[in-house]
Design a protein around this ligand. Structure first.
Ligand code: UDP
Length: 355
């Protein structure tokens, strides 16, 4: 049995192609949702959109960083102890991923980390710690790019590293958006802790988005965390932008494919923007999606620099607006991961027989 663990919307998007490939190969698997994202707009609509049925649902009572880590680790540990999976898979860099890695290894299951090897080279980011821990514990490391492979090689990880491409491309092809001939407007997503938990940084983002909204049609589907943090800090959302609830994946991709620019601190959105040829202002001091910067389709901006960096992109728009799906493989990453799991399980059964 392979246990596929998901906690947040991007994990559903990126796990979906793997689940589909496991299904095609008739490999026994189950899906566990950890409850990190739990409402319809951030989780339910994504599971339904990809036709995924959850076999086990954890319910969290403590949503603090430490509390959720402890609860998810204990909840997964109990499930794995009751019915030990041979292999546990998790994707990305959230609390769910690092908890899944520990729970798997502490109960005798192997762990496979999807999207292994990403590094922003900034230890202040909780995501970076999660990635490093998950990669250190993993038996199988599915690296999406050659940059990720190089990072893992440098760290001498113990597990087996396999270059697969990123399942974000497979998922995007499943939800392929129509692209209009004329692109229009700016799409915004902001949710990372280092930005929205800092009232000054969030105020700065809001002011910059408002300024952009005076020149362009700006749509900002607001992450639930961002809405809560803005309320907590008593910040008024930009008047010159259309604020919406989080969008479903199909609608979000359609907007991204037809925008002239995206302003985001999201990992997955940086990748989808590069695939679709939507120039990207990445609101971060560092990014682990270095391939987008190397390829010249995105620029970093600190919160106070968003308007200026966006203006630089608009001034040379065609140079940034290049669709580069090949950055993330050939759209068959899910299939490659399922194949590697299949092979690994067959070998482990052989090892057990010989022992
Ligand atoms: N997304 C979406 N609706 C939205 C915002 C984002 O469907 O309103 C999708 C987006 O297409 C991408 C994923 O959510 O696939 C990115 O998730 P998020 O930004 O929450 O997390 P990250 O990728 O930074 O971990």
């Amino acid at each position: 049995m392979i246990a596929c663990v998901v906690g947040t919307r991007p994990e559903v998007v990126k796990m979906a192609p793997i689940i589909a490939a496991l299904r095609r190969r008739n490999l026994p698997h189950c899906v566990i949702a950890t409850g990190q994202h739990h409402d319809w707009s951030m989780m339910g609509s994504f599971l339904t959109g990809f036709g995924i049925t959850v076999d086990h649902q954890l319910v969290l009572t403590d949503r603090s960083l430490l509390g959720s880590f402890v609860e998810i680790t204990a909840g997964l540990g109990a499930l794995f102890a009751a019915e030990p999976p041979k292999l546990v898979l998790a994707v990305g860099d959230t609390t769910t991923v690092v908890a899944a890695a520990f729970a798997a290894r502490k109960t005798g299951s192997a762990f496979g980390h999807v999207e292994a090897g990403l590094r922003a080279f900034s230890r202040e980011l909780p995501e970076e710690e999660h990635r490093i821990c998950a990669d250190a514990l993993a038996d199988l490391l599915f690296a999406p790019t050659s940059f990720a492979v190089a990072n893992l090689t440098r760290e001498h990880v113990n597990g087996r590293v396999i270059l697969t491409g990123n399942t974000v491309l497979d998922a995007l092809r499943e939800h392929r958006p129509a692209v209009a001939t004329e692109r229009h407007g700016v799409l915004v997503t902001i949710h990372r802790q280092e930005t929205v938990d800092d009232p000054q940084a969030l105020a700065s983002v809001i002011a910059q988005i408002d300024r952009l909204g005076r020149d362009h049609d700006v749509v900002w589907p607001l992450h639930l965390r961002t809405r809560a943090k803005a309320q907590e800090a008593q910040l008024t959302l930009p008047r010159h932008a259309t604020i919406t609830e989080p969008l479903g994946h199909v609608e979000f991709l359609a907007r991204l494919a037809n925008a002239r620019l995206v302003v985001t601190d999201s990992g997955g959105v940086q990748e989808e923007a590069a695939i679709l040829g939507t120039p990207c202002v990445t609101v971060r001091a560092h990014t682990e999606r270095v391939e987008t910067l190397e390829a010249g389709v995105g620029l970093l901006a600190l919160p106070g620099e968003i308007y200026e960096v966006a203006s630089r992109i608009f001034a040379d728009w065609a140079a940034f607006a290049r669709p580069l799906p090949e950055l993330y493989g050939d759209g068959r990453a899910g299939e490659k991961i399922a194949h590697a799991c299949d092979e690994w399980l067959s070998r482990s059964i052989l090892r057990e027989l010989v022992a």
